[in-house]
Design a protein around this ligand. Sequence first.
Ligand code: TYC
Length: 105
Amino acid sequence: MNDAVTKPETKVKTRVRTKVERPRLYKVILVNDDFTPREFVVSVLKAEFRMTEDEAYKVMITAHRRGVCVVAVFTKDVAETKATRATDAGRANGYPLLFTTEPEE
Ligand code: TYC
């Protein structure tokens, strides 16, 4: 049993290199219009994006003055869901309020 000649061992090593990449982030953008009341925009920003009154007012007034304002950045799914829900909140009240998404560079 105790052989003088032993088999050479064959060892196969597989090195697993785990590549971790951050998910691409998407901006939610608030678009100005001439019809949605300011207070309504502020209320949607507070409800959907968990903003304070002051934060929401600043975002609303920036979109009002400049045409658009970045609200926040999220992963793709979250950005699209929030933009859709916020846009739908306007539509449900008869307003053309619009939130869009676009990838960050
Ligand atoms: N411009 C609107 C008004 O004067 C208010 C408003 C601001 C609407 C921002 C949309 O994204 C918006 N009533």
